[in-house]
Design a binder for this molecule. Structure first.
Ligand SMILES: C=CC1=C(C)c2cc3[nH]c(cc4nc(cc5[nH]c(cc1n2)c(C)c5CCC(=O)O)C(CCC(=O)O)=C4C)c(C)c3C=C
Ligand code: FE2
Length: 422
């Protein structure tokens, strides 16, 4: 494997960066005034080429693939995301699946470190750094039967219950294998997607793919909580990696034993494609929109007062005696306090796949909830939301999946090895 930057430099035998890269850097750094467009003209290509320019912070940021947990769970959601589900091909069993996970893990480890994997001549992301690329692998319920591993299937992979508001498309739901790719550069994300899809070869066939996005780092005056396509600040009251109980909520304990002991350090991902009925939503007044969520749209502050990060006061009443946060407000119905402490880490991507026949946007949230146990996270909360959430009449759950995401692996190992070789 080769360092990407080295490859570019050696190929040209002098310049540290190509012109394309320099121009990219100039526009990315424009706000900081690092390189002005006029300067490029004044000095000419040659002078520019002789001046090494560092990758921007966005490009050079790297998240390690190896570790006790897989990357892409506790890390901030990137600007570009691809979610893929594969089904094992007829005849492909445990051995073929193990070989695939070995190939995928080696490729993901190389790409996330900014290296060009052996044999890759696509050049898709040649000039870019790792750009916070993460690749996360999971197993769906059907994987265990297909590989003869039913006895080691975790009880937590029981199918999710049906919810009254579900309008699920089976072709875009579930799957034997699940891959989540995230990166702050679109080409870096696509590069990973293409290599992994090619490496699946005859072992696994793509079942569905969903593409999502978030705001680009650096687009705001300071790092801010993301907004979704309804315009709401979304993610404020998520468990924080610095919370003392974060790991207990999100990850299966490291000493987890039994038939599914291989899930130690892992997590369960609930994936829901949730279309937003934006035509109806956008007709609501600002005050009604804020009432539906229970937070202000401008800055995400709770309607009980304070700023975005002020703890929500669900008991607060207004002078007329009504609740400051309405009885059916989304944050009241979803709160751990309303669900016997049930909590999850929400790490979503927005999506937009054009417009439907009636002109409505096919857009919404690729909602991904991470938890140590779906029965103590997504399931009780969604049951409650299904019954009494003011937001739900503006949403359609169109696809669903539940995946067991094993712990991370050490260098030289592959994700899922403890299951496939244990
Ligand atoms: C089953 C779990 C949840 C689904 C499904 C869900 C969908 C969904 N949510 C928003 C927008 C917001 N959600 C917010 C908070 C929030 N949402 C959930 C759970 C689900 N949301 C929880 C547990 C919480 C935190 C509640 C709390 O403790 O305060 C917010 C407020 C800001 C924040 O805290 O993140 C917004 C906005 C959409 C648009 C959506 C489906 C498309
Ligand atoms: Fe929510």
């Amino acid at each position: 494997m080769a360092e990407k930057a080295d490859k570019t430099e050696q190929a040209a035998d002098r310049p540290l960066l190509t012109r394309r890269r320099l121009l990219g850097t100039a526009s990315a750094a424009g706000a900081a005034g690092l390189v002005a467009g006029g300067a490029a003209g004044a000095f000419g290509d040659r002078a520019l080429r002789e001046r090494p320019t560092a990758l921007t912070t966005v490009g050079s940021a790297a998240l390690p693939f190896h570790g006790s947990h897989q990357a892409g769970i506790a890390d901030p959601a990137q600007a570009h995301g691809h979610l893929l589900a594969f089904d094992l091909a007829p005849g492909a069993g445990r051995k073929a699946a193990a070989a695939l996970l070995r190939r995928w893990s080696a490729t993901a480890a190389a790409l996330t470190a900014g290296q060009v994997p052996d044999g890759d001549s696509t050049g898709i992301a040649l000039d870019a750094g790792p750009s916070s690329l993460t690749v996360t692998f999971g197993f769906g319920r059907s994987f265990f039967d297909r590989t003869g591993l039913t006895a080691r299937r975790p009880a937590a992979l029981e199918p999710l219950p049906a919810f009254t508001q579900d309008a699920l498309d089976p072709k875009r739901s579930d799957g034997d294998l699940w891959v989540q790719i995230g990166a702050d550069d679109a080409l870096v994300a696509f590069h990973a997607l293409r290599l992994l899809q090619r490496q699946a070869q005859d072992t696994a066939r793509l079942r569905w793919q969903m593409n999502g996005f978030n705001r680009t780092p650096g687009a705001t005056d300071r790092p801010r909580t993301a907004r979704n396509l309804m315009g709401q600040v979304d993610g404020t009251n998520n468990p924080k990696p610095t919370d003392s109980d974060f790991a207990a909520k999100v990850f299966v304990p490291g000493d987890h034993g039994g038939a599914d002991g291989w899930m130690a350090g892992g997590s369960y991902a609930v994936v829901r494609r949730i279309r937003m009925l934006l035509d109806s939503w956008e007709q609501l007044s600002l005050a009604r929109q804020e009432r539906v969520i229970g937070r202000r749209k401008s800055d995400g502050a709770p309607l009980s007062g304070g700023t975005e990060t002020t703890p929500v006061d669900l008991a607060k009443t207004l002078p007329d005696g009504s609740l400051a946060i309405a009885g059916d407000a989304h944050i009241r119905v979803a709160a751990p306090a309303s669900n016997q402490g049930a909590a999850m880490l929400r790490r979503a991507f927005s999506y937009h796949d054009g417009f439907l026949d009636d002109g409505a946007p096919d857009a919404g949230l690729l909602f991904i909830a991470w938890q140590a146990d779906p029965m103590k996270g997504f399931v009780p909360v969604q049951r409650k939301l299904d019954r009494g959430d003011g937001l739900s009449r503006f949403l359609r759950h169109e696809a669903s999946g539940l995946f067991a995401v094993p712990g991370g692996c050490a260098e030289g190992e592959y994700v899922g090895q403890r299951l496939l070789e244990g």
